[in-house]
Write a protein that binds this ligand. Sequence first.
Ligand SMILES: *[C@@H]1O[C@H](CO)[C@@H](O)[C@H](O)[C@H]1NC(C)=O
Ligand SMILES: *[C@@H]1O[C@H](CO)[C@@H](O)[C@H](O)[C@H]1NC(C)=O
Ligand SMILES: *[C@@H]1O[C@H](CO)[C@@H](O)[C@H](O)[C@H]1NC(C)=O
Ligand SMILES: *[C@@H]1O[C@H](CO)[C@@H](O)[C@H](O)[C@H]1NC(C)=O
Ligand SMILES: *[C@@H]1O[C@H](CO)[C@@H](O)[C@H](O)[C@H]1NC(C)=O
Ligand SMILES: *[C@@H]1O[C@H](CO)[C@@H](O)[C@H](O)[C@H]1NC(C)=O
Ligand SMILES: *[C@@H]1O[C@H](CO)[C@@H](O)[C@H](O)[C@H]1NC(C)=O
Ligand SMILES: *[C@@H]1O[C@H](CO)[C@@H](O)[C@H](O)[C@H]1NC(C)=O
Ligand SMILES: *[C@@H]1O[C@H](CO)[C@@H](O)[C@H](O)[C@H]1NC(C)=O
Ligand SMILES: *[C@@H]1O[C@H](CO)[C@@H](O)[C@H](O)[C@H]1NC(C)=O
Ligand SMILES: *[C@@H]1O[C@H](CO)[C@@H](O)[C@H](O)[C@H]1NC(C)=O
Ligand SMILES: *[C@@H]1O[C@H](CO)[C@@H](O)[C@H](O)[C@H]1NC(C)=O
Length: 388
Amino acid sequence: MHLWRILGVSVALALSHLPSGAALAIQQGADYGLYKTSNLYNCSGTSLISNVTVQNSADTLPQIEPLSNAGWEQWDFFMHGTFPIIMRWSQGDQSDCDSAPDMGKIDVAILDVNGTDVRATLVGPLTYKNDAGVKSISIGGNTFHWDNSTLWYNLTLSVDGYSMVLNTYSAMLDTFHPNVGYYNGRLSSVGDPALFGSVPVTRGQSAGYLVTPDKQNITLDGLTVLKHMFSEKALPSYINKYSSAVVWGYSTGFYDSHVFFQIDENNGTVHEAVYLARAIQTPEAKTIFQSTYGIYAVTDDTALYHLTINEGLQTINATFPGCSAGNNISYGFNLTLAGVLGEFTDLGGGKTTYYALNGTTTAPYGGTIANGTVSGAFEVYQAPPSKQ
Ligand SMILES: *[C@@H]1O[C@H](CO)[C@@H](O)[C@H](O)[C@H]1NC(C)=O
Ligand SMILES: *[C@@H]1O[C@H](CO)[C@@H](O)[C@H](O)[C@H]1NC(C)=O
Ligand SMILES: *[C@@H]1O[C@H](CO)[C@@H](O)[C@H](O)[C@H]1NC(C)=O
Ligand SMILES: *[C@@H]1O[C@H](CO)[C@@H](O)[C@H](O)[C@H]1NC(C)=O
Ligand SMILES: *[C@@H]1O[C@H](CO)[C@@H](O)[C@H](O)[C@H]1NC(C)=O
Ligand SMILES: *[C@@H]1O[C@H](CO)[C@@H](O)[C@H](O)[C@H]1NC(C)=O
Ligand SMILES: *[C@@H]1O[C@H](CO)[C@@H](O)[C@H](O)[C@H]1NC(C)=O
Ligand SMILES: *[C@@H]1O[C@H](CO)[C@@H](O)[C@H](O)[C@H]1NC(C)=O
Ligand SMILES: *[C@@H]1O[C@H](CO)[C@@H](O)[C@H](O)[C@H]1NC(C)=O
Ligand SMILES: *[C@@H]1O[C@H](CO)[C@@H](O)[C@H](O)[C@H]1NC(C)=O
Ligand SMILES: *[C@@H]1O[C@H](CO)[C@@H](O)[C@H](O)[C@H]1NC(C)=O
Ligand SMILES: *[C@@H]1O[C@H](CO)[C@@H](O)[C@H](O)[C@H]1NC(C)=O
């Protein structure tokens, strides 16, 4: 990889189909690690339905080869709605490099179900199906399945006497793959072992129900994001910390979705990969959109994205420059951390914390500057102290 960079971009392009040591442990058919393009969207949004940045519904399947016997992989499902719901499906662990798909885990946190926080972890063999039509990933009867058009992502879960059915459709019909150094899905400067990530569902609309142990049947609805991260080794030792967030507008005529990843490398290098998209609802129903489009999907472009995370003040501010289609009015987000939703510790002592986010957005709408309300979640992974 180093040599490619020294030789320059055109050589890297020519070499991109050769297997590297890193690419060999990734499932065939995945395009992670392949050399791609520049930033994916830059003031796009003139077309009604944007093309997915990566057309690959297999994105939601394990990318690490079953026999590779190393690495970890994690899908984060977060819903904001009737209840905040966090579900994490993983094989292996950021601190455990001897993972294999038969060591699967589902962490669940459903907050304040009539005064009770549901917290549980299921462990068992993780199985997956990659048929032409339907793909699925399961532990026992707990299954997450989706169709090959990447439209529906449906799950059934049964834990501690609670059972849940939650069907989610991908409103944006778009996925976001960061591309640090222009390598598809890559989140780190170093190529081997790399940290990879994507957002298979950037703005999902979920509906379903939760049946409690005392047989209440509670209707669920809300907004969902599905994130995916993996590495072929334990979390690379040159990474201390990463964070990511998703915020959604939900109460005005325009519904913006903003997702970011921020990766802190030990030597001070920071990578930022960000996505901004808009959905315009139909007058009849909030959950049906007459148009959806990606506006920005950029990685490491300080001319196009400014992010300030102040954990002391518990605020996050982000801006994107305006686009000519929106009268050059910029997009801004002022967010406040509003409480911890959940905390998970991995085998080596690394810690993931999920916070609720709320705040305001200003953006172009109907030719003028408009205000909106947003909320979502912020996630921080802190590597164990021994690594720092
Ligand atoms: C993206 O937009 C910025 C600002 O207009 C411009 O400077 C840059 O060249 C654009 N990049 C690409 C790849 O189109
Ligand atoms: C989507 O991609 C296809 C194939 O590359 C292209 O023909 C089509 O115009 C694109 N659609 C939009 C809305 O950009
Ligand atoms: C439990 O919460 C749900 C959703 O907020 C509500 O519809 C239901 O009435 C509550 N049940 C009880 C017994 O409080
Ligand atoms: C999706 O599934 C349908 C039904 O099984 C099949 O006909 C179609 O070829 C599949 N499409 C792709 C891209 O795999
Ligand atoms: C998911 O659920 C929706 C709504 O019930 C249904 O229309 C769709 O066919 C389901 N898809 C899959 C892959 O289960
Ligand atoms: C719960 O309600 C849904 C409809 O909202 C229904 O489809 C489902 O069968 C019910 N489940 C139970 C166990 O009552
Ligand atoms: C940090 O390390 C990465 C990977 O080795 C390298 O690309 C980057 O230039 C380094 N940054 C600094 C500030 O030394
Ligand atoms: C974000 O904006 C708010 C509101 O103006 C301000 O109070 C806060 O200090 C800003 N935070 C950061 C991290 O810039
Ligand atoms: C937006 O900015 C571009 C580039 O600076 C400029 O050419 C254009 O006239 C501006 N449009 C409006 C509506 O101000
Ligand atoms: C976000 O929530 C916190 C805590 O509930 C509250 O103090 C703050 O004012 C809210 N901020 C916005 C912008 O709504
Ligand atoms: C964020 O705060 C700054 C400073 O107070 C303000 O200028 C800006 O308009 C705010 N942006 C949003 C989206 O509320
Ligand atoms: C947006 O909110 C800010 C303060 O929160 C206010 O100064 C501004 O006038 C509002 N803009 C619109 C278009 O409502």
